[in-house]
Ligand binder design. Structure first.
Ligand code: ADP
Length: 448
């Protein structure tokens, strides 16, 4: 092989064969063959081989081939690292000999299927390292098939011990966490039960105390009356004034006790709901409550009252309190004119979801528990009484909140209204301006 130069100066490789022709002429027959293409193909082959050798030798994952008995035909250096065996020893072994005993059956099954069906197999398994430790591996093998026969399996093997250990640690942590959670849940349940018992005992205790306070109070009032009678007609005006104060104070105390007992009953008692004829209930109230009689106020029930879902006794208490207040908080010397009416509604929109109310809008006592598609009935109780200052709107449904001391009261009535309505799945609110009357509303679910 020699390099030649063409006429145009281009160099090219060529193969030269020469034959000296016999005879006296001493002539030679020379064949010059341009081998540029062959040289290029050879160089490409060498480059390709180098590339693949590099990929094979430097691959951090093991790459190997085994024959149909599982014996190693070829393996890259990463296989030495993973198995711990030097190349010479490795090539004496079969892949199955390296398998961890507990993995052998599954590995064999995959291997045999790969050979038999000539396809692609992959599995997670484990090897025993040369130093005896267990190495978790992921193996994928592709069959080399010629004329329908598998001659070898070409495989990749990856050491996944670290990942497996991390997975196991994670699983252990999860199990531990689950155990802790269960323990915690158990403890919470135990403590809640204890707390509920203690709370029930305390409620019972305070209810009993409050209830029993009424007897000495009655005695106090009774004896004050007796003493007052004794002094009647005498000149002891100071003493008479004291007896009067004792009577008023004990009456106020008795009202407070009654209202507190009512509130605690409202909180504790079951309030089973059923469809209630609100119109009948309101008419009964207006006809039978002494405070709601025509000489005290003019009460108009306007339009039809749809059925509501609620508890009859609780509803009587609720509207009894609202009407009682409407009568009580009349303007001086002007008996209240009170209107009551109902309107069907559907809870919808942002306001119903407890968003901030714009200026002049209703103040509602509680965040609504009502689902957005529930059909509702809103009942309005409107009076033309003294009205409520704006700064009180948010508070008047809380316990012991009173807007005025000019009227007898305990500040518990509206708290009871709010509580019973909340327990029936409804809500309450108020719109009012000082000096211009008040409009209370109660929204209740309607039967579907
Ligand atoms: P009480 O009537 O015993 O004071 P409530 O809880 O029934 O307690 O009412 C709380 C406060 O709300 C009242 O003290 C009063 O200031 C105000 N209020 C309630 N209803 C009305 C009303 N219809 N008109 C004006 N103020 C009212």
């Amino acid at each position: 092989e020699l390099n030649y130069v063409r006429r145009n100066g281009e160099r090219f490789p060529a193969e030269v064969d020469s034959v000296v022709l016999p005879g006296p002429s001493a002539r030679s027959f020379v064949i010059l063959r341009d081998i540029t293409e062959r040289k290029r193909a050879e160089a490409a082959l060498v480059a390709s081989e180098q590339r693949y050798r590099l990929l094979f030798d430097r691959n951090p994952d093991g790459v190997f081939a085994v024959d149909t008995t599982g014996r190693f035909l070829v393996a890259n250096p990463a296989c030495e690292t993973i198995s711990g065996y030097p190349m010479a020893e490795l090539l004496q072994k079969t892949f199955l000999e390296l398998c961890a005993p507990d993995q052998l059956a599954t590995a064999l099954e995959h291997f045999q299927r790969g050979v038999r069906e000539g396809g692609y197999e992959q599995l997670e398994t484990a090897l025993v390292h040369q130093d005896g430790r267990r190495v978790e591996v992921w193996v994928a093998g592709e069959a080399l098939v010629s004329e329908g026969q598998t001659s070898a399996l070409y495989c990749t093997v990856k050491d996944i011990t670290a990942r497996k250990q991390a997975e196991q640690a994670l699983a252990r942590t999860r199990a531990e966490l689950e155990r802790h959670n269960q323990e915690l849940e158990h403890r919470v349940q135990e403590r809640t039960a204890k707390l509920q018992k203690a709370l029930a005992e305390m409620e019972h205790f305070s209810y009993a105390i409050v209830h029993d306070m009424r007897a000495p109070l009655r005695a106090l009032r009774g004896f004050a009356e007796l003493a007052e009678q004794q002094c009647a007609g005498s000149q002891q005006t100071l003493a008479l004034g004291y007896f009067d104060r004792i009577k008023i104070a004990s009456k106020r105390m008795d009202n407070l006790i009654c209202d507190s007992l009512n509130y605690s009953k409202t909180v504790r008692e079951q309030l089973p709901s059923e469809p209630v004829e609100l119109g009948n209930l309101l008419r009964d109230l207006v006809q039978t409550y002494p405070n709601l009689q025509p000489e005290k106020a003019e009460i108009r029930l306007e339009g039809a009252f749809p059925l509501v879902l609620g508890n009859e006794a609780a509803l009587s208490q609720c509207f009894g309190n609202l009407l009682d207040n409407a009568v009580k908080f009349a303007k001086p010397n002007a008996p209240s004119r009170i209107r009551v009416w109902a309107e069907p509604r559907r809870s919808s929109g942002l306001m119903d979801e407890g968003m901030a109310a714009p200026e002049g809008a209703s103040h509602q006592a509680r965040k609504p528990p009502i689902h957005s598609s529930t059909p509702l009935v809103r009942i309005w109780v409107e009076d033309d009484g003294i009205g409520i200052p704006k700064n009180l709107h948010r508070r008047i449904f809380d316990m012991f909140q009173r807007g005025t001391n000019h009227h007898a009261g305990t500040g518990i009535g509206l708290a009871i209204v709010s509580k019973v309505v909340e327990r029936m799945g409804g809500r309450v609110g108020v719109e009012s301006q000082e000096g211009k009357g008040s409009r209370f509303w109660v929204e209740l679910p309607a039967p579907t």
